[in-house]
Design a protein around this ligand. Structure first.
Ligand code: UDP
Length: 312
């Protein structure tokens, strides 16, 4: 078995590479290292079963030979990253996805695509089921990401219908774990590092917005089951344990044993979803999947990783 992981140096992509290798597969990583990091793959140096190709997938992807799966995890994914790179974000979700489909078709592979809960935008239906069409502002600050991910789902499902490409779409809800960049801007790295430094937690808005957080190992269990058992339609992959950001700060403070108070440092950013929680009935029935790692457990290795790895 031979897989290509597009975006294999990123936070989730690099964990996926480790999982595929552990399953005995050969892996080709394709990444332009724009938001991913070489250090996420450093432990694989000298591993003859891994090939690393530095390449922007917006150009046709020059991987030759058969592949069982093309995993597309290539995209900026944090609000700070996609605000800094709006054009690149739109292009990787459109041109990059076209090239991912064409690679999968040429190589005889199934395409597994990392979609996102952002396709639901600032949702008016709660919790979010896969058949909810979402509430997205097409010209707002998050549009470059949300619309590129919506376009990607449209492109892939059309490609599958028109050309018979086997595909699976996993909609990822907020995921955390080791290797999320400290400066990534997302709330878990921000709060984790603030806790370790004994600083206050910087909340945007009043902290009453909700999210539900999935540990990366659980997410990858879901993706591997999706590859094996998916029906080609999108599946939510996320932990339904919803909480406010104030509650999140309390849990991180407890697990870290340090951290200050919650302070509101700016208004809620424009179009920032006020609530988010996956309905995972489809993942449960179709894949037999549900997350196992409670937040306080997943935070332990995450905090440990920041203790060791972040810039001093
Ligand atoms: N957030 C926050 N403080 C931070 C970073 C993020 O209050 O330092 C908020 C952000 O406004 C959002 C939530 O935390 O309401 C989750 O943000 P994140 O960027 O992690 O992911 P999102 O779910 O928005 O894609």
């Amino acid at each position: 078995m031979r897989a290509a992981v597009l975006g294999g140096s990123g936070f989730i992509g690099s964990h996926l590479v480790d999982r595929l290798l552990a399953l005995g597969q050969d892996v080709v990583v394709v990444d332009d290292f724009s938001t991913g990091r070489r250090s996420n793959l450093a432990h694989l140096a000298g591993n003859a079963r891994v090939q690393i190709l530095e390449w922007d997938i917006c150009k046709p992807i020059p991987v030759v030979g058969p592949l069982t799966t093309v995993w597309n995890f290539a995209s900026p994914a944090s609000p700070i990253d996609y605000a800094r790179r709006p054009i690149e974000t739109l292009e990787v979700g459109s041109l990059g996805v076209k090239n991912a489909c064409e690679l999968a078709e040429r190589a005889g592979a199934t395409l597994v695509h990392a979609s996102t809960s952002e396709v639901y935008g600032d949702p008016l239906v709660h919790p979010q089921r896969e058949d909810y069409f979402g509430n997205v502002n097409p010209i707002g600050p998050r549009a470059c990401y949300d619309e590129s991910k919506r376009f990607a789902e449209a492109y892939i499902t059309s490609f599958a219908r028109a050309r018979g490409l086997p595909c699976q779409l996993g909609r990822i809800f907020n995921t955390y774990g080791p290797r999320m960049r400290e400066e990534d801007g997302r709330v878990i790295p921000a709060f984790a590092c603030q806790a370790l430094d004994g600083k206050d937690f910087t909340v945007f808005g009043d902290g009453s917005q909700t999210r539900s957080f999935t540990y990366v190992d659980d997410l990858l269990d879901g993706f591997l089951l999706l590859r094996a058992k998916g029906d080609g339609q999108p599946v939510n992959l996320g932990n339904p344990n919803e909480m406010t950001l104030v509650q999140l700060a309390d849990i991180i403070r407890q697990v870290a044993g340090s951290g200050g108070k919650v302070v509101s440092v700016r208004p809620l950013p424009e179009n920032d979803p006020k609530q988010r929680k996956p309905d995972i009935a489809r993942a449960q029935s179709l894949l037999g999947w549900q997350p196992k790692v409670p937040l306080h457990e997943g935070l332990k290795p995450t905090l440990e990783w920041y203790r060791k790895h972040r810039a001093k």
